[in-house]
Design a protein around this ligand. Structure first.
Ligand SMILES: [Zn+2]
Ligand SMILES: [Zn+2]
Length: 172
């Protein structure tokens, strides 16, 4: 018997999400998301400015500063964080470019754990599973709790390794 060296489906779809993320023009974050029904790919999206509007590579990132409460050495501290608000997040673009009927009972594979706003929108979009790779600790607690309340399977591919050619050059 010839051994089956094909990738499992989780790896297959997460690889596609990472390939899609390479389309992003934001130098701070490359996020890709795909919609999957069964084993069928129904849509792809990445983070970017609305089409026809200058993106981060042309106009630069649009930086917003905010303070975030984090634990440092067991103590709560306020840390100033910067993020780019020019782009529509990959998960939101995925919802804008797919049909509700296709989303019912589908899975979303996304390179990064969704932020609170995206998670809220995904929860109301008809999908029943979210699979992600890179953690986003800031919103993780409340996002995980909400997914549980909603009955959406929410899981991280912990041992997954992205295709090397998709490794993004990210400025921090
Ligand atoms: Zn940007
Ligand atoms: Zn988001």
């Amino acid at each position: 018997m010839i051994p089956d060296h094909r990738k499992d489906w989780d790896t297959y779809f997460m690889d596609i999400a990472y390939m899609v993320s390479t389309r992003s023009q934001c130098s701070r974050r490359h996020v890709g998301a795909v919609l999957v029904q069964g084993k069928k790919l129904l849509g792809t999206a990445y983070n970017g400015a609305p089409s026809g509007v200058p993106d981060c590579s042309e106009a630069g990132c649009m930086i917003a500063e905010e303070y975030e409460l984090t634990m440092v050495d067991g103590k709560e501290s306020m840390i100033k964080k910067q993020r780019c608000v020019r782009t529509i997040h990959a998960e939101q673009n995925l919802l804008l470019f797919t049909d509700r009927i296709d989303r019912e009972g589908s899975s979303v594979y996304v390179t990064d754990e969704p932020c609170w706003t995206c998670a809220n929108m995904l929860a109301n979009s008809g999908i029943t599973e979210v699979v992600f790779h890179r953690p986003y600790p800031k919103d993780s607690g409340k996002v995980t709790a909400m997914m549980g309340q909603k009955g959406i399977t929410f899981r991280r591919l912990e041992t997954y390794e992205p295709p090397r050619e998709t490794a993004a050059q990210i400025e921090n």
